[in-house]
Design a protein around this ligand. Structure first.
Ligand code: CA
Length: 705
């Protein structure tokens, strides 16, 4: 930016005022063009949501409700990682572009499964310490002759579609402490758009646009105001200042744009969703007010990034109700009139229908149990917040429904123009919010301002059974006109996969229980199921080559639910990560190799020798620094080590070497956890060890092995 200002000043001297705005080099003229993106060839899948409207609806009909039971495995590819898979593959000109964990991109022959090339951006493994939710990546963008990849450590990269050769790489994040990128870039009129994650750390949200040929930044829209003393970048940010209090900019403010970006060619607008305000607990940073533009949908002009409208779904967010879930555009008839609308189902549990050009609120309906509001204003869409949900004011724990996993998160939904229904992967789960007292930011770890240790899952069988029973999921066929479900398929647990709708009257979805299933789109009849040996979170996609239709899905359990939810992470069962790309077609008979059996480490802790005070301190510190990765109440999902079973529990010196000194970190020569000595003293590490020993003994006493 500094260089740009200098150059502009020089140019101003030369009276070339108009040159001060960076200019884009113009649309692609070969390869994947804007016209192709807007009207995708029937058999291809050219962008993350298939079309710019992000409907994830394929017009292919070769596989239909009459023959889907003959679908079988055509080919499979091992993703060579044990971390979560969230990407939707793209297919163009016979090549399938797939991203896996650590932002690695692979290009396959879409018919045979032969690997054509792969590109490893070599993301430093210690980036994981600032990634709330695993080393995941959700996919790429295709434009011209390039494929665009965003990496966990915040680079936007252009590669040649043909052979993966590097064209350019641009750093899009302001620092290497607080930001990660997991989302798929999108294309708008020759610009490559990307935001970032990090609102659980100290990030200031943004959406940025880059020239597709050069990687030059064309514009950047910040979602929250910066320090007023420095002036704001736009009038929209200036007017947002009054919705904040305290010194919010010191912790970044949040509002990160970590998933949804939708380009609307009809209006020339880019719509995107923003994440929570930072920290979650408003009192932890003296935050008051709505905190614009967090937990909102925002529309800016695609060419300039200039603010046009916003709609805040969750004012004064303190529950991590990110509005980042995918935004789907549709043309539907409301009250006899055609309307061009944005359909949105964010984490807060309400389904919204807005006018896509103006942001006008049209309707909302709760698609999941919720207790954070007492209702929504039918005219404005503003929620009436349940006073008990303001946990920092009551000082009491609030078990929020939905919880931080959200009633619907990044797992994509699909919309069928044939049925008029939205196929929504919904979570039914809560989360205990308790404000931390005298909270101060730390140099490492999540910065949410909660006291999680005090409300961790207790070693009480009845309580655990109750929590498990209320934690479920569903595939909901939602009618946006009536704001009611047309049909619902209940699932064992939450965190099931995204969906795909097709003109063959089908809906496909992977599940946390380890299957990919197909349903009739109109009635929700289950027509096909294939066991995939691991939880499936990502959305399936479909394509056709030589008249033959294929369905592809990335499987491999992980992400937020696996990492943070402890005992509940295991609700659906298939928590072992086996990361694969699976491709199906009619009549194929392929089989997956049987999974190797892995003996679980026994639950065999040493005796608890600590004090009660030590265990309480350890619980609090564990809740703040360890839980996000190793699980609530020290019960891990399938991804990161279950510390109750660690041999280190009986060896305090090794525990210190790992947690305090970083013996397993990349800098220490390992490939694991970084040092936490910037936040934890040796006596803190010992308190955490004693807490882990206590927890392990409690669960052993309950009969766990
Ligand atoms: Ca968030």
């Amino acid at each position: 930016m500094k260089r740009l200002i200098v150059r502009c000043a020089v140019l101003l001297g030369a009276a070339l005022l108009s040159s001060c705005t960076p200019r884009a080099s113009g649309p692609a003229t070969e390869g994947v063009t804007d016209a192709m993106l807007a009207n995708s060839p029937e058999g291809e899948w050219l962008s993350y949501g298939r079309d710019p409207s992000e409907q994830r609806f394929s017009p292919l009909t070769a596989i239909s409700d009459t023959n889907v039971d003959q679908l079988g495995l055509a080919w499979a590819a091992d993703m060579e990682t044990a971390r979560g898979q969230e990407a939707t593959p793209l297919m163009h000109d016979g090549t399938l572009y797939v991203t896996t964990a650590w932002s690695i991109l692979k290009a396959y022959d879409a018919k045979t499964g032969r690997l054509k090339w792969s590109y490893d951006p070599k993301v430093p493994r210690d980036t994981l310490v600032r990634a709330c939710c695993d080393a995941v990546n959700r996919g790429v963008a295709l434009y011209g002759t390039s494929v665009y990849l965003a990496t966990l450590d915040g680079r936007l990269i252009s590669l040649k579609q043909k052979d993966g050769a590097l064209m350019w790489s641009a750093l899009v994040v302001p620092n290497q402490q607080d930001y990660t990128v997991t989302g798929a870039p999108r294309i708008a009129n020759g610009l490559v758009l990307i935001g970032s994650g990090g609102a659980e750390y100290k990030a200031r949200g943004f959406l940025a646009a880059y020239d597709h040929r050069t990687g030059q930044q064309i514009w950047r829209f910040h979602t929250v105001p910066g320090n007023p003393a420095d002036g704001q970048e736009s009038a929209a940010l200036k007017s947002a200042e009054k919705t904040w209090a305290g010194e919010w900019w010191k912790l970044g403010g949040g509002g990160t744009v970590w998933d949804s970006i939708t380009y609307d060619a009809k209006t020339g607008l880019v719509l995107f969703g923003t994440g929570n305000a930072e920290p979650w607990n408003p009192a932890a940073a003296g935050r008051q007010g709505d905190s614009l533009y967090t937990s909102s949908l925002v529309a800016v002009r695609a060419d300039t990034g200039e603010y046009v409208w916003h709609f805040q779904e969750t004012p004064e967010d303190r529950w991590d109700y990110d509005s980042n879930a995918q935004i789907t555009l549709a043309d539907i008839e409301i009250g006899g009139k055609p309307r061009h609308v944005a359909l949105h189902a964010p984490k807060n549990g309400y389904f919204y229908v807005l006018d896509a050009a103006t942001g006008e609120f049209l309707s909302a309906g709760a698609f999941s149990p919720q207790n954070w509001t007492t209702g929504i204003d039918a005219k404005t869409g503003r929620p009436a917040i349940n006073p008990e949900a303001r946990y920092e004011k009551t000082g009491k724990p609030f078990v929020g429904m939905p919880g931080v996993a959200g009633a619907h998160s990044w797992q994509p939904m699909s919309f069928s123009p044939q049925t008029g229904l939205v196929y929504l992967p919904a979570n039914i789960s809560g989360f205990p919010y308790l404000a931390a007292k005298d909270w101060k930011p730390s140099a490492i770890g999540v910065q949410v301002g909660l006291e999680s240790g005090a409300v961790a899952m207790p070693a009480d069988p009845a309580f655990r059974a109750g929590a498990k029973a209320m934690t479920t999921g569903a595939l909901i066929a939602w009618n946006p006109l009536t704001q009611k479900p047309a049909w619902t398929v209940p699932h064992v647990g939450p965190w099931n996969g995204g969906t795909l709708a097709t003109a063959g009257n089908l809906v496909f979805q992977g599940t946390a229980a380890g299957s990919i299933d197909a349903y009739s789109a109109d009635k929700g009849r289950k027509l096909w199921s294939f066991p995939v040996q691991t939880g499936a979170m990502a959305a399936p996609m479909t394509y056709a080559i030589d008249g033959e239709q294929y369905v592809a899905i990335l499987v491999g359990w992980g992400g937020l639910w696996d990492q943070a939810y402890g005992l509940l992470a295991h609700k659906s069962g298939a928590t072992r990560n086996i990361s694969r790309l699976l491709v199906f077609k009619l009549g194929a008979k392929g089989a997956l190799p049987a999974p190797k059996s892995l003996a679980a480490l026994p639950l065999d802790p040493p005796a608890f020798t600590g004090t009660k005070e030590q265990a309480m301190l350890g619980a609090s510190l564990y809740g703040r620094y360890c839980m996000a990765c190793h699980g609530d109440a020290a019960v891990a999902g399938g991804l990161n080590p279950d510390l109750r079973r660690s041999a280190v529990l009986g060896n305090p010196a090794t525990m210190q070497a790992i947690v305090h000194d970083g013996a397993l970190s990349p800098k220490g020569g390992g490939n694991g956890m970084v040092s936490f000595k910037s936040a934890l003293k040796p006596e803190h590490v010992e308190a955490i060890r004693q807490y882990l020993i206590l927890r392990a003994n409690e669960d052993k006493a309950l009969g766990e092995r």
